[in-house]
Design a protein around this ligand. Sequence first.
Ligand SMILES: [Cu+2]
Length: 121
Amino acid sequence: MRKYLRNLAAAAVVLMITGALPAWAHAVILSANPTADQQVAPGELAIRIEFNARIDKERSRLQVTAPTGEKANVSIEPAGEPNVIAGTTAVLTPGAYMLRWQVLAIDGHITRGDIPFTVGN
Ligand SMILES: [Cu+2]
């Protein structure tokens, strides 16, 4: 939490100096698996989201909400490309799911979003 606050403060300082958020600095998705509204096969799902910027993986997270409403965090693999977050879910059974991602770009800006997807046969 303290680190999080420090990052927020750092982002505020950037704002004061530049007067605006540099558009290039925000982490925006370039490609994702799953994509929005995709249907995937039952079982473990390999999540992979590629961004346009380097990501602080330790301070980013992936969370999957099951059809039951139960939320499960998915561990982000520490290795790999610096602009990609990846992780593998537990076994998913058929139904409607929501993948929530939140990432901290190395400039201190946090972005987040939701990717709805379906598990089906
Ligand atoms: Cu930014």
